[in-house]
Structures are given as C-alpha cells and as structure tokens.
Design a protein around this ligand. Structure first.
Ligand code: 475
Length: 826
C-alpha cells in the first residue's frame, strides 16, 4: 500500500460484526482462500481461513488510518528496530476488534473449537528478548493511542531458534515460522527498494563544486512486508513494515549474460541471506559482517521508504524534523545517521552543515544496556569495506564534533580521545553508541536507575557536554497482551471492580486498592490464581508432559540466560534447600511446597550460559525424584520459553524472581508483567525493580542484595568470592554438593566450570548476595503461609502497577523526545 495514494475514494467495508457475518466470511475464506471444504479442512486450513477473516475486519480501519494520516500530514514516529518479538497475532486481533465471542460462537456452530485453532499459530519470534518485546509493546501502544507510527524492521526467515533439551542440555533447532503460511503479512514487491554495498567513493566536479559520490559494487532489493498493528478497539490500525532481501535484476542479468547460470543462482542466494536469520546473541553482539549488512539493509530501506513513499512528492526535506522522528532502538540502526547524511549531501546536494542540522533533529537514541561488552563497535576495516561512503561521513561527523569539544575544553587531549567516535584500541573501530549520542536529539535509558548510570558511568563526558540531551523513559508493557489477553480471569475480576476502562488507562487499577481489604474479593482473586495454575498445568502437560504438584507456590524466573541475571543464585538456593532437607537440617513439611519454574534461552555460543541450563535441568532431575524431599521442592524447566508460553506462565505465578546484580539490568520488563498479574517480587535494587518497589511499597516486595553503590565498593575493595564460601556454611555445602558430582551421576567434571567460576571469579557477585537472598526467601516462605496477607499484597501489586503500561512510556517519549501528537478522527 502506498500511503500517498491512500486518499483514494473506493469504499472498503468490513464484514458484518455478527455471528452470521463472521460465519459467512469464514466459509468464504475456507472455500476460496484455502480451496477446501469444511469437511476436508485441516486445523491449519481452518486457522489460516480464520486469520484471513479476522484481518478482513481490520482492513477498512487500516486503509482509513492511512488516509487520515496522509490528510493530517502529522508528525510520525518511525521506530527503527532490528527486532520485534510480536507473539501470536490471532488473539490480539480478536481483542482489538472485539470479535472473540462472535468468533467463538460462530466456529462452535461449525463444530470448530477456537482454542484448537489458536494453537496452530507459530509466533513470529523476530527478537531475542527484552529489547524486541519492548518494540512490540510500543507499536501496540502507539496504535491504541492513535499516534502515527511506522515500525520498521527485518522480516527474518528464521526467528529466534527453537530450544530443545537433550539430556538436559540445550540444542537449537531452526525456527521455521513461515512454513505453514503467513496469513498476517502483506508483501509488496512492487515497492521494493534497492540497497547498495561495497565499492569505493570518488570526487567529481559538479559545476564548480567538488562533490563525492559512492560507486557501490553490489546491491540487493528490500521487499516490504506490511503487518497490521491494530489499536485496541479504537478503529485504528498502524503499520509494521519488515524488509526481506531479494537479489536485484541487474545483479542477476550481469552474471546470467556471462553464461554463469549456476553462479547467478548462487549469487541470488547470497543476496537473500541478508534477511535469513536473526542473530541469537542478546547483549553480546558479535561483530559479524552479515549483521552489519542486516543493519544497513533495513535502515536504508526504511529511510528511502519514508522519504519516497510516505512523504508527499513535493515535500521539502528541510521540514523533515516536523514530519518524522527516527527512534533508534539501541545502536543496531545507528548506521541510519550517516545514511540520511549521505542522501542529503550526496544525492540532494545540500551543504554539509545544512544536512547535519536537519539530521540531528531527526534521530533519538535509546540505550538498553550497561554491560560494556554489549556496546556495539564496528571495526573500521569492515565498515569501510562494506560502506565506504558511510565511513567517510562518520569521520567527518567525528572531526567536526571533536573540533567543537576542543574549543570548549582547550588542551584536553585525553577528553578528545575519550569522546572520539573512533576508538583506536584494541582495533580501530566505530563506537556506535557515541555516534548515536552525537547525532541524536535525545538519549534515553529505560529505567530511572539505568538512565542515571548511563549519565554517570557509560557516557559521563557526553552528559557533561550536553546535560539536556539525556533523559529517562521507564519501560512499560502493553496491558492488552499481558493482562487482557493473557489473563482473562483476572481481567474479568478487574473489570468487575473498576469498569472496562483500565485496558487503555491502566492507572485506573488504583481503584482496586480498597478491595485488598475485602475478604470476598481476596477469595475471588485466589480463585483466579488457582484457575491460572490449572490452565498452566494443562498446557505443560500437553506441551512437555510436565505435571505440576497441586497447591504449591509457583516461583518463576523467566528471561534470557545470562550470568548477570544470576540464574545460578536461584539454583544455589534450590540446592541449599535440598541439601538441608537431605541432611536432616530442614523439615520439608515445615515450608510451603514450591515449584521453581525456569524459562530461558542461552545464546548458542555462550558456553557458561549453556552449562547453567544443564545444571538447572540436572538439579531438577535429582531433586524432583528424591523421596526425602516429599514434594516440597519441584524444579520445572519447560523448553523454548517464548511470548506464547509467557502468556500462560506469568498469570499463574505467585513469586517473580528479579535477581540481577544491582546496576546490571537496564530495566527488565518481565518484572512489570508479573506485578501486573499479581505475583510478588523477590528482587534486587536494580533496573525498574526500584520503581516497582517504590510504587507497590516495601511491605509487598522482597528486597535483598547489595545496592548499586555497594557493588562498586565491594569490587573496588578486591572481591574474593572464596571468602564467602569459607565463611558461609549453607553456601559451602550447596557448592560442595554441586562440586561432588551429585547432579551428574558422580562425575565431578561436568559442572566444574560453574563451580570454579563462582569460587574464583564470580563477576556478578552471586556469592556476595547469597546470604541476603536466602534470608529474603525465608521471608517469602513466612509470608506465603499467611494466605490472606499474601493475597492482599498480590492485589496491591496489581492495583499499584498501572504506571508500567507501555501507554505511559509512550506519553513520556512524546513529551520528552518526540513531540508528536495523536491523530484523531475528523
Ligand atoms: C535489557 N538485546 C532489559 C530491555 O529495554 C530491558 C542486544 C544486542 C543484540 C541483540 N539484542 C540485544 C538487549 O540488549 C536487550 O534485550 N536489552 C534489554 O532491553 C528493554 O528491559 O533490562 O537487558
């Protein structure tokens, strides 16, 4: 769909919003879309027909949205993100259109169960974790708020790998999410965009002006695939545009003409590799050439698309900042900065300064990390080979910037070296976070603490130089998917209590607060949890053959596997409880029965993370089957944690584990999802945990561990993990038990790397926080035994977490960074 023709007049009407209207349309799709009769239709046929029927209900709104947006010529947000972790589309489209009941009834009249069809959908896993899921929440919120936004990204043919366990060890399988059909996407090959790579630059005389041009060596085509992003029951549908790489005609012809048919076909494959697979590293990006190709590929397509297809034909690009803000989701799309400069200077033939003034107003940068190893750098050699003109532009940006700094701080050579976009060691490379900071109108962190540390620790020279450039926007999650869709039972209870408005105005949850003191309401709240646990149990049975014990506290830690998140701390707690039980120190009937649930993927090349997964599974195999435990401890680790599993797991949780080392987790968003679904948090003073605790109150949050400034001190004083091992008997026994081979059939070597890392390195201070964690867990046990008190706290967690709606995050971005406005119906 080309936006500039979106104001055409042919009427587009949705099917009737009734059971009959739906059934008629569904059967039409089954017959004419899938080419099968109902009698012969497979579940997948039925799912595809259903998806196409539902999208028909959205189509008129989509076209109307585009028309309205074009007419208004309003400022748009272009969210540039290499990842969108969308989750399943069907249910979200059903709640957005308020069709769930109609569809349920209509399908039932044909003898079809909606739940069965839901299960057919393979979620688009086009992201690794937090950052990708955040992008999906943000586009949902913007659509629901009627703010013009295009999400731009990559249509990976293979999303995040499917995780399986073989003998408890992670084995990756390809994610073939497109193989059974992709009913939610709209390919538009006629709007394909060429993207160039390689070659060299040259200068030429342009009527007395010396200019530079890029003479690239090869190119590919970006084919746009559009996805609907429906607002919640507001008649609005925004667009997510994901790019897929194809070989260009010119590329083929050249080689075909030379008679090298087989080589030509191979070259085609080469081009198409660019969008083939999502890199599965989160937080430790590898400097792979294909990754840089992906980054440039999608931002080059996106900028060209916006300038040529979204803006009107005669648009004066000097006004670009009034029409667009490119929000950079971490540094992955930062190459967009020199790309826009290249277009303005080389193609549009603007003066450098004129182009830079516009460019600086068009970008803003969000940082999602604090780990130094997660800050992207690209070797100059690689960048110069792939994008020679962009490297020149980066050099010029850097030269101009450093000249400015030198003026303000004369003679401060060290400062210039610290602030240079080009690092000299260990290899000459481009610091993408610095480029983003220099070019961006604003730079934000994703929680209060993170934004503060970003200013003080990661980019101190820059925040001194531009104090007003830095701001915070605390992350949020969409209440549509993570409460309304994931937790229908709680949604009904909330709606009974405060009315339906909370779905788009989450602060309304506050009105529930007094009900925490209402015994009948607490009873109903517990019934919701029990129902959600049954639902989880049924899913895990079906999915993995896992059975949960009845009446147990559900303690959940789900997130990517990373040492800084400290899954090992939780394992050490489980092992120590186990050891205390089998040694007779702890009576298993004296503590509440607990299920320890894990969900986590490890980057395939991250050895230690994979070891930890192996350890969790092996500990589970021993603990779960030891009769002495008497069912007090159960470890479950369903494989392939993803958005779909989260939607059933989170609503069932009693306890949320947010136990990263203080100062390492930028924000966390899982922590918000749990609180909103009535789990209590055991957590460190890290990321958005800080804000969760402030809002829900200390009495309803289990805080433990070193605070961020204390972490600094402990490290500065020369941290020795072995000291904690020697001085803490419980800890020592737990580690000794692992070291003894008790969880590896007596083989001491299997988990030796984990043990020796903990004892001799322990970069994330697991041992230092162990005692404090165990004590907090004792407080958890005691609190859980007080059923009414626990329920009260759980209700207050829900009632006080409205702040964590991604709608609020979006308003903050609008106020502090974007200055865009909703476009409302005329
Ligand atoms: C933080 N991913 C969370 C979340 O702001 C935070 C990095 C490199 C390459 C690919 N993916 C990544 C991340 O850095 C990431 O997901 N960061 C997370 O962003 C949203 O809530 O604390 O760890």
């Amino acid at each position: 769909m080309t936006e500039n023709r979106a104001n055409g007049t042919a009427p587009v009407t949705a099917p009737q919003h009734s059971v009959e209207g739906f059934v008629k349309e569904f059967l039409r799709e089954l017959h004419f879309g899938q080419g099968v009769t109902l009698a012969r239709a497979s579940d997948n046929d039925q799912y595809l027909a259903l998806a196409r029927t539902v999208r028909e209900y959205l189509m008129a709104r989509w076209l109307e949205t585009l028309r309205r947006q074009f007419d208004a010529q309003a400022k748009s947000v272009a969210y540039l993100s290499a990842e969108y972790l969308l989750g399943r589309q069907l249910d979200n489209a059903l709640i957005a259109t308020d069709l769930t009941e109609i569809v349920e009834e209509g399908l039932a009249s044909l003898g079809i169960d909606l739940a069965t069809l839901r299960e057919q959908e393979v979620e688009p896993g086009l992201g690794n974790g937090g950052l990708g899921r955040l992008a999906a929440c943000f586009v949902d919120s913007l659509a629901t708020m009627s703010v013009p936004c295009i999400g731009y990204g990559i249509r990976y043919e293979y999303g995040i790998f499917r995780q399986t366990f073989v003998d408890g060890w992670q084995v990756e399988q390809p994610d073939t999410w497109l193989s059974l059909g992709a009913p939610w996407e709209f390919p538009h090959p006629e709007h394909s965009v060429p993207v160039h790579f390689g070659g060299h630059t040259e200068t030429y005389d342009d009527g007395g002006v010396e200019r530079t041009r890029w003479v690239p060596a090869w190119d590919v085509l970006g084919v746009p695939y559009n996805y609907m992003v429906p607002g919640y029951q507001n008649g609005r549908v925004n667009t997510l545009r994901l790019w897929s790489a194809r070989a260009t005609k010119a590329f083929d012809l050249q080689i075909f003409n030379s008679g090298e048919y087989v080589d030509a076909v191979r070259a085609q494959t080469f081009a198409e590799n660019i969008s083939k697979v999502l890199y599965p590293e989160d937080s430790t990006p590898q400097g792979k050439e294909l990754r840089l190709q992906q980054q440039y590929f999608f931002v080059a397509c996106s900028i060209r698309d916006f300038v040529e297809n979204v803006l009107p034909e005669d648009f004066d690009l000097h006004d670009l900042p009034e029409r667009i803000i490119f929000q950079l989701n971490d540094t992955h799309p930062v190459i967009a900065v020199p790309e826009l400069m290249r277009i303005l200077v080389d193609e549009k033939k603007w003066d450098w300064d004129e182009a830079w003034a516009v460019t600086q107003k068009c970008f803003a940068y969000t940082c999602h990390t604090l780990l130094p190893e997660a800050l992207e750098v690209w070797p100059v050699e690689l960048l110069g080979r792939l994008l020679p003109r962009h490297l020149e532009i980066i050099y010029r940006i850097n030269d101009d910037f450093l000249a400015e700094v030198a003026q303000r701080f004369p003679g401060d050579e060290l400062r210039l070296r610290r602030m240079s976009i080009i690092a000299e060691h260990p290899e000459r490379s481009v610091r993408m976070a610095y480029l983003a900071t220099v070019a961006g109108a604003k730079v934000n962190g994703v929680a209060e603490l993170h934004s503060q540390l970003l200013r003080d620790k990661v980019l101190p020279d820059f925040s001194e130089y531009w104090p007003d450039k830095f701001t915070n926007v605390t992350n949020g999650v969409t209440p549509r998917r993570f409460v309304r869709l994931a937790n229908p039972a709680l949604s009904e209870l909330i709606t009974d209590a405060v009315g339906p408005g909370w779905v788009t105005d989450l602060e309304r949850l506050r009105e529930m607060e007094p009900l925490a003191d209402d015994a009948e309401f607490r009873e109903r709240f517990r019934a919701v949890k029990a129902h959600n646990k049954d639902r989880l149990n049924a899913l895990l049975q079906r999915r993995d053959g896992i059975t949960l014990p009845a009446d147990a506290m559900l303690d959940v830690m789900v997130k990517r596997l990373h040492e800084y998140k400290r899954q090992t701390l939780k394992v050490l707690h489980i092992v120590s409880q186990y050891e205390r039980i089998v040694s007779g120190e702890l009576d298993p009937t004296s503590i509440p029965r607990r299920v320890f649930a894990f969900g986590a993927k490890a980057a395939p090349g991250y050895k230690m993370a994979k070891q930890i997964i192996g350890l969790i599974n092996h500990v589970g195999a021993v603990v779960n089957t030891d009769p002495r435990v008497q069912g007090a401890l159960t470890v479950v680790f369903p494989p392939n944690y993803n958005v779909t599993l989260a939607e059933t797991l989170i609503p069932a949780a009693d306890l949320s584990e947010q136990i990263s080392l203080a100062g390492k987790e930028a924000s966390g968003t899982g922590n918000m999802k749990f609180a909103l679904n009535g789990a209590l948090t055991i957590g460190t003073d890290d990321g958005a945990n800080v804000e969760i605790r402030q809002l829900v109150g200390d009495d309803h949050f289990f805080l433990f561990g070193l605070l961020e400034p204390q972490v600094e001190q402990v490290v500065a004083a020369g941290y020795e993990p072995s000291r904690y091992y020697e001085e803490n008997r419980t800890l020592r026994r737990a580690i000794d038990l692992i070291a003894s081979g008790a969880f590896a059939n007596g083989d001491r070597k299997v988990f030796e790397p984990i043990v020796s890392n903990l004892l001799h390195e322990d970069r994330f201070l697991v041992l230092a926080d162990f005692q404090s964690y165990v004590e907090a867990q004792e407080r958890v046990d005691a609190a859980y035994l007080d059923t009414e008190g626990w329920t009260r706290s759980a209700i207050l967690n829900v009632a006080r977490s409205g702040f964590f709606s991604s709608d609020r995050s979006m308003w903050d971005y609008i106020d502090r960074i974007w200055h865009a406005q909703p476009v409302v119906a005329r």
